[in-house]
Design a protein around this ligand. Structure first.
Ligand SMILES: *Cc1c(COP(=O)(O)O)cnc(C)c1O
Length: 339
């Protein structure tokens, strides 16, 4: 049996999704004439109660475009030290927008209103960069799938409003959080100026992220996307896969979240493992006892057909997803018992 738990990006389109994609109506999306893309964008804008949405090839490009829309060169954004926009987007904030990041020492990738307040540079002190944007991540990737309570976001929003800062959400796995916490997308639409939502992680579409936001910011988004090289043509073939996923693969995220919890319980009983972090969604982070070697632990799992990620410094990660089914789950739990 082959089990790939390195990430929820490894999912492949289902037969039903492919069938749906084959029948997509398409047009030239650079002219905004692709009905399948327009349908996806309208659907998500409505779902979050926001003005506009735009389909991007990747989550990185959507986040980078959002940062460009919110900032001017020389300014500064505020984010957690583990944020994807800072750690895993190739330094794009500096490359694309000419801004720096003020890193905040949050907990499991989540930050608080007080931490944001402390991180803001006084706007009339012209020696330091002008703070102009706060980026949150929900769920947090490096933070092990932790999710925000709406009340914490409301407090952060208040600080942003008081200080004239924009508020962007990197919602690569937002749907995992919405399902886990039974939250309403419209509450998120209400609080954020822009939100990126990834369609090719747990939702299982082959590609794409949609940036959703307020008209005032979004009217320039298509230009920024063009500059970044993200204007695509008959891309409705892909957008329709995402549309299919939004109608068929959202509720089932609960299954991924539950399986992650069960894996966590099994790992917690294993003698080689010193700690399993709290599991809130589909990401499991755990640590080995000092006397065990991570490389060997991974090799041992791989010899049984199971792949997970090594995040360095004793930190291991696995992520459940659409292509990790009951048979794989049972096999993995059995394997763990005998490892
Ligand atoms: C995956 C991910 C992204 C987007 O990554 P792409 O590979 O560019 O699609 C953005 N933010 C977070 C937190 C992610 O996990």
């Amino acid at each position: 049996m082959k089990i790939d738990l390195r990430s929820d990006t490894v999912t492949k389109p289902t037969a039903e999704m492919l069938e749906y994609m084959m029948n997509a109506e398409v047009g030239d999306d650079v002219y905004k004439e692709d009905p399948s893309v327009n349908q996806l964008e309208d659907y998500l804008a409505n779902l979050f109660g926001m003005d506009a949405a735009l389909y991007f090839p990747t989550g990185t490009m959507a986040n980078q475009a959002a940062i460009k829309l919110h900032t001017q060169p020389g300014e500064q954004l505020i984010c957690d030290k583990w944020a994807h926009v800072f750690n895993y987007e190739g330094g794009g904030v500096a490359f694309n927008s000419g801004v720096s990041c003020k890193l905040v020492d949050g907990h499991r990738g989540k930050i608080t209103a007080d931490l944001v307040k402390e991180a803001i540079n006084p706007p009339d002190f012209y020696h330091s960069p002008l703070s102009s944007l706060v980026c949150l991540e929900n769920t947090t990737n490096k933070g092990g799938g932790a999710c925000y309570d709406l009340d914490n976001i409301r407090e952060i929003k208040k600080v942003c409003q008081q200080n004239g800062l924009g508020l962007h959400l990197d919602g690569a796995r937002l749907f995992n959080a919405l399902v886990a916490k039974n939250q309403d997308p419209k509450d998120f639409g209400n609080l954020f100026d822009t939100i990126s939502v990834c369609l090719s992680k747990g939702l299982g579409a082959p590609m794409g992220t949609v940036l959703i936001g307020k008209d005032k910011l979004m009217k320039n988004a298509i230009r920024v996307r063009k500059v970044l090289g993200g204007g695509m043509r008959q891309i409705g073939v892909m957008a329709s896969g995402a549309y299919y996923a939004l109608h068929n693969h959202v509720e089932r995220l609960e299954i991924d979240n539950n399986r992650a919890l069960e894996i966590g319980q099994a790992l917690g009983k294993h003698s080689a493992i010193s700690e399993v972090e709290e599991i809130e969604t589909n990401i499991v982070i755990f640590y080995l006892h000092k006397e065990f070697d991570e490389i060997e632990f991974m090799r041992n799992l791989e010899s049984k057909g199971i792949r997970i990620s090594n995040m360095g410094n004793g930190k291991m990660r696995l992520v459940t997803h659409l292509d990790y089914k009951d048979a794989q789950h049972n096999y993995f739990l059995d394997t763990l018992k005998n490892l």
